[in-house]
Design a binder for this molecule. Structure first.
Ligand SMILES: Cc1cc2nc3c(=O)[nH]c(=O)nc-3n(C[C@H](O)[C@H](O)[C@H](O)COP(=O)(O)OP(=O)(O)OC[C@H]3O[C@@H](n4cnc5c(N)ncnc54)[C@H](O)[C@@H]3O)c2cc1C
Length: 477
């Protein structure tokens, strides 16, 4: 698949992504909340102003109005992946086989149902608080775009049928796929009807607004340098310190650099290109229903439409990161942008002349089984959720509920969902993790690109792409 000339593509990383620019414009580009500049105490301190941290804060204010919460964010709330993702909101029906392996049929069903409820609850939150975050419950269609991708959903479909929920994940014929989105590459697919899309940054910034209205104290531009856990937990920042009996960390990929989490996560980049508005062309493709769509590569292409008729087209093709160092390779990788653009032109060759207006990227927190870890440490005083592995918009809503219930004493059954407290398999320490991840990552992208062209990858690429599975990790081919 030829990569388009990079000079014709927007330079990534020079400014915030389109979603967040839009959302901040709609707010009149407010000043960030003031950084922490003193020593304070509170009931619960939260590190990270993405969905995980903010949903937890929101649910705590629901459970205990008046609770004193301080939230610390190094950038602005929604400045991380929560304000620049693809906006796909879906549960774990596609993950049902691995959930069954981990928790048995009943536990798997309970977890998948909870993840589906989370999707609905995001829509309910928006309606309740007057947040127009473009919540569109039009479902998620996964298509096959090459013979190698055919039927990649079969096990999950069979698992849904076996557990009595065939409606959760429904196979589609080639014609049914074409009716929803007529890419000449699509050969068949599957639909998760309970899924939705959102405008990710309007959701994140709407959450921030509600938290401020509820008295949550937010400090932006405030990086936590160190956490000390003897006695009340202390969070040290450049300008101050927060002491709290309970702390929640919602750090996403940055957790890969924190003690206790370092060997639980790897980081990979994901990039999105955004077309100019093309509502007429979307009509021609028949893609007017608002579905979230992906192909079935491992380094997945994911795409959805916007209200003004653009396509936001993402690709999980960024490079692997070193430890928790979330640097420019996650925001300024021109090669990843070119690869995402090539994916768009490949799946929609009729859009070859469509202009690309913006491009941005961000880090993904990969766990070894590609499901999030939600749990507690330091004698039950520090709680965490991360490892969403690129599917965190819906699951972080669930994680927020779980974390708030744990902080609140753990009596609510949601605090004991089977997914809580599961620690996934360790990755090797650095630098082995980085060297291995880079090599495997490149092999996975190359394998997917070769198969997109209808060719079989060479033996070396195939062998390296297979390595993670052979080593017992749940990614790769
Ligand atoms: C390009 C891209 C596309 C994606 N598309 C989708 C999608 O379509 N659907 C989906 O479900 N998921 C998607 N994801 C993943 C999804 O965005 C994340 O899973 C989700 O946003 C996780 O929320 P979070 O709050 O855990 O993390 P974040 O939004 O990353 O929030 C963590 C916050 O912690 C802050 N922080 C880090 N370290 C510190 C510190 N030391 N002190 C203070 N603050 C700190 C960061 O600045 C950040 O704001 C995508 C991700 C990317 C990058």
């Amino acid at each position: 698949m030829p990569e388009p000339a990079e000079s014709t593509l927007p330079e990534p990383g020079l400014r915030r992504g389109w979603w967040l620019r839009e959302a901040l414009d709609a707010e009149g580009n407010p000043q960030p909340a003031p950084p922490l500049g003193e020593r304070v105490e509170c009931d619960v301190a939260i590190v990270g102003g993405g969905y995980t941290g903010m949903w937890t804060a929101y649910d705590l204010t629901e459970r205990a109005p008046g609770i004193r919460i301080v939230l610390l964010e190094q950038d602005i709330c929604g400045g991380g992946p929560s304000g620049r993702n693809g906006g796909f909101v879906h549960g774990w029906w596609d993950q049902l086989p691995v959930l069954i392996d981990r928790h048995g049929p009943d536990g798997a069903l309970e977890a998948a149902r909870a993840s589906e409820t989370a999707v609905r609850q995001i829509g309910e939150f928006c309606a309740r608080h007057g947040i127009d975050a473009w919540f569109v419950p039009a479902g998620y269609m996964q298509a096959s775009a090459s013979p190698a991708q055919d039927g990649s959903w079969d096990r999950a479909v069979a698992a849904c049928r076996a557990l009595g929920v065939p409606e959760a994940y429904v196979p589609l014929s080639a014609e049914e796929v074409q009716e929803r989105c007529a890419s000449p590459r699509f050969r068949g697919g599957v639909l998760m009807p309970s899924a939705a899309t959102v405008h990710p940054a309007l959701l994140a910034r709407g959450l921030r607004r509600v938290l401020l209205e509820r008295g949550v104290v937010i400090h932006e531009g405030t990086r936590v340098h160190r956490m000390r856990s003897g006695g009340p937990v202390r969070l040290e920042t450049g300008g101050g310190e927060v002491r709290a009996p309970q702390v929640v960390v919602g750090l996403n990929a940055w957790a890969a650099g924190w003690p206790g989490f370092r060997t639980r996560l790897m980081t990979w980049g994901s990039y999105i290109v955004l077309t100019e508005p093309i509502p007429d062309r979307l009509e021609e493709i028949g893609w007017t229903g608002g579905e979230a769509v992906t192909d079935s590569r491992f380094t997945i292409h994911y795409f959805r439409t916007t209200r003004d008729g653009r396509i936001a087209f993402g690709a999980g093709v960024g490079a692997a990161g070193y430890g928790g160092d979330i640097g420019r390779s996650f925001t300024a990788d021109r090669r990843a942008v070119a690869r995402a653009a090539a994916g768009l032109r490949h799946l929609f060759p009729m859009l070859a002349n469509v202009r690309i207006d913006d491009a941005w990227g961000g880090p993904i927190d990969i766990s070894s089984d590609r499901l999030p870890a939600i749990g507690s440490m330091h004698g039950g005083r520090v709680h965490y959720a991360h490892g969403y592995s690129g599917n965190g918009v819906g699951p972080s809503r669930l994680a927020g509920r779980v974390l708030a219930a744990i902080v609140d004493g753990g009596e609510d059954p949601i605090a004991h969902l089977p997914i809580v407290g599961v620690r996934s398999r360790l990755f090797p320490p650095e630098p082995i993790r980085y060297i291995g991840a880079r090599m495997i990552r490149e092999a996975l992208v190359r394998k997917d690109e070769t198969e997109d062209q209808g060719r079989r990858p060479g033996i070396v690429v195939r062998s390296v792409a297979r390595l993670p599975r052979l080593l017992g990790y749940r990614f790769g081919h």
